[in-house]
Design a protein. Structure first.
Length: 700
């Protein structure tokens, strides 16, 4: 087995426990995965400072000296572990407030150490609090000097010694054992030369263990370019592949069901934007080419109806359609909406998710295969091989950013000709960027909300003002309105979050006691029937306050709900806050969104809340969101998911993206199928990567 494919538990010094954590926390399964865990910044440890010369306002310093004392000092209230480090120029105190036993055991008075930290003043004297400290004699210490990477890690990993330093040690070990020939070049020489990129092997070594700043930057540039270039080659190749397919289906007839629905079933007038988008889609499906359209529209702009009417165009022409949503709740909601809107029309709609099982599932699958079922609504269960269509003509994908290109491709393969594709997203991305990222998608925008909506008033308050908030809620309820109170539950298994929610629920019941008030609660741990029941009570207006987790992010439409209170608002991302706010402001009366936060806020959190207060423009919010999220923030990059890049950041590296796209185009123009020997390495690399992605899309 290649060293790169070796499972992480078999790397020397890792072992089963840490391996488990690496898998769970960072999705690192193999040596290759580990090498792709890139640092998010570097610290310069090429120089040593003399203690006497430590500048007063320095960031970090590296010292080399002898530890001459070590012991606990101070009384019960302010105990600390204190050591004195001495070099040829002077002395400085090293201070720890915890981990006394461990540190005392690890250090020996009289030995020489390399110490790194940020000096601070205490009672007019410089000291170093919780410095990094390494024996100066060990061979690893030699390597650890220099220009050093800082890696993202997590609390759980840190507890097992895998903080940034621990990860760095592991990385150095792996780089030592890794045979150079295993890291094959994947960029064609012509590209490397033109863009002056260092070889791949060098880049991987340098990003983790650079001799200096210059090499680190070269490595970053090379790996970013590689990532963007490969993504562009894949996207553009899909386009080539599709062009070669016979042309797209033509939906010639516009008659029966579409007209009946439009004239007799539709309860409102379509907005001008909705009509425009429907015209654009209509042109596509008449053109004889396969449609690939991205539909962007803010929360509540009415994308569903556009999707439905597009599906009716297909049905009128004897084709089947499917609509894929990212979550089960969302799929169910679409299913309910669509079946109720189509009631009385000769269109058969079915739901396919992982919880539709047994006979019912078999029956539906059969109906799809014979063509008896016209519309299938579902989750990614629709991609499974068992789901076969008679003649799939149109695929609608809702909330596109949660699906990858590979998953889209899997759906295309479900029919002889590629079906038309309509992708919908409420996370708008700038038009030019969309074209570059999806390469082959045309973009439609619904830039107008249905009439009769009043803008939502948004306020940010601190926890300490909760009593005033309760007064406001009481007032709204007196006017007959309903209220959502949302708690974060990032991971539905988090006990602490659940406790938080239940305490909040009880506090609200105390403020709003029965029988005058009725308060409901909704979270992911409840049984589906109970959830449904609670939701129904709220829809009917039987409960005035619904305390819940973000499950209502994609919940039912309740126009009478006019207040959205978001607790611990600082813990939510911008796009999620925007989605949540989209739950209110659906009726004609004035709605409110109250963001409640703790008193201590990071500057990022402040900016997020401020953005929410200042604007309701989804485009602006999405753009701010993208700019605020850096590649170093693991949680952020994972959530934004739109572009699963590991090192590149399309908001900051837009210029490089354009270059990479040009390079990809140039290659494919000469050699669309990458058949030339000089492109073989590139072709092989993409093929093996795609194989992995497919496997992944099946299990996820
Ligand atoms: P989203 O774009 O967020 O998916 P939906 O399609 O769920 O939005 O639409 C939000 C709400 O607006 C739904 O209740 C829908 O019935 C309603 N709606 C859509 N289009 C119109 C319209 N033209 N006039 C009035 N209401 C509309
Ligand atoms: Mg929607």
């Amino acid at each position: 087995m290649a060293y790169l494919d070796r499972p992480i538990e078999y790397v020397k010094g890792v072992g089963p426990q840490r391996a488990d954590l690496l898998k769970k926390e960072l999705q690192i399964f193999t040596v290759a995965d580990l090498l792709q865990h890139y640092p998010f910044r570097y610290v310069d440890r090429t120089r040593f400072t003399l203690i006497r010369d430590i500048p007063a306002d320095t960031q970090y310093v590296q010292l080399r000296g002898r530890l001459i004392t070590l012991g606990e000092v101070g009384g019960a209230s302010g105990k600390r572990l204190s050591g004195i480090l001495q070099d040829s120029s002077g002395m400085i105190e090293l201070v720890w407030f915890k981990g006394f036993r461990w540190i005392t055991r690890a250090l020996s008075v009289g030995d020489e150490y390399i110490v790194f930290g940020k000096p601070s003043y205490f009672q007019n004297r410089l000291n170093l609090v919780h410095p990094e400290i390494e024996p100066a004699s060990t061979p690893i210490a030699e390597k650890m000097q220099g220009f050093q990477p800082v890696y993202p890690s997590t609390e759980k990993l840190k507890a097992k010694g895998l903080d940034s330093k621990g990860i760095m040690r592991m990385m150095l070990k792996v780089l030592e054992d890794l045979p150079a020939y295993e890291i094959k070049e994947n960029l064609p020489d012509e590209v490397r030369k033109q863009y002056r990129l260092i070889p791949r092997y060098e880049a991987i070594r340098y990003i983790h263990h650079p001799p200096g700043e210059k090499e680190a930057n070269e490595a970053i540039r090379r790996l970013k370019f590689e990532e963007l270039f490969l993504s562009q080659v894949s996207i553009l190749q899909l386009k080539v592949g599709r062009r070669q397919h016979a042309s797209g289906y033509i939906f010639q007839n516009i008659s029966n069901v579409f007209n009946q629905f439009y004239h007799q079933h539709l309860k409102f007038e379509l907005t001008a934007a909705q009509k425009r988008v429907l015209r654009e889609i209509r042109q596509d499906v008449l053109s004889g080419k396969q449609m690939n359209r991205l539909l962007q529209g803010d929360v509540g702009s009415g994308k569903t109806i556009v999707a439905l009417m597009s599906m009716l165009m297909a049905v009128d022409n004897g084709y089947q359609c499917c609509m894929m949503a990212p979550t089960e709740i969302l799929a169910q909601q679409h299913y309910r909406n669509i079946t109720s809107m189509l009631a009385g029309l000769p269109v058969k709609t079915e739901l396919i998710t992982s919880s539709v099982k047994g006979k019912a599932r078999k029956f539906i699958l059969q109906g799809l295969q014979t063509g008896e079922v016209h519309i299938a609504v579902g989750t990614h269960a629709l991609i499974e091989e068992a789901v076969q269509f008679d003649n799939l003509g149109l695929v609608v994908i809702d909330e596109q950013h949660r699906f990858g290109v590979a998953q889209r491709a899997a759906l295309w393969e479900k029919s002889e000709h590629p079906p038309h594709i309509l992708v919908m997203t409420a996370t708008p991305i700038p038009r030019t960027l969309a074209m570059t990222l999806y390469g082959d998608l045309d973009v439609s925008v619904i830039d107008e909300l249905p009439p009769g909506r009043t803008p939502v008033i948004t306020r940010h308050i601190y926890e300490s003002r909760r009593l005033a908030l309760f007064g406001f809620l009481r007032d709204q309820i007196r006017q007959g309105r309903q209220v959502y109170v949302v708690y974060p539950l990032i991971d539905e298994s988090e006990k602490l979050d659940l406790k938080n929610l239940m305490e909040g629920y009880e506090a609200i019941i105390r403020q709003f006691p029965p029988p005058a008030y009725s308060v409901g609660v909704l979270h992911g741990r409840m049984k589906p029937e109970d959830k449904e029941l609670e939701m129904q009570r709220f829809v009917k207006g039987e409960t005035q306050i619904m305390v819940s987790t973000t499950v209502i992010e994609v919940g039912v439409d309740v126009p009478n709900a006019t207040v959205m209170v978001i607790e611990n608002a600082e813990r939510f991302g911008l796009s999620q806050l925007h989605q949540l706010r989209g739950r209110v402001g659906r009726g004609a009366s004035q709605s409110y969104c109250i963001l409640v936060s703790g008193n201590k806020l990071s500057s990022e959190a402040k900016k997020r809340l401020q953005t929410m207060v200042e604007t309701q423009d989804g485009f602006l919010i999405a753009e701010t969101d993208m700019h605020m999220r850096g590649p170093g923030d693991i949680e952020g990059t994972r959530q934004s998911g739109i572009m699963n890049f590991r090192i590149a950041d399309i908001t900051k590296d837009a210029a490089m993206l354009t270059e990479a796209r040009k390079a990809a185009q140039a290659i494919l123009e000469i050699d669309p199928h990458l058949l030339l020997p000089r492109h073989a390495a590139l072709k092989n690399f993409l093929a093996s990567r795609q194989q992995k992605a497919r496997k992944w899309s099946k299990i996820s």
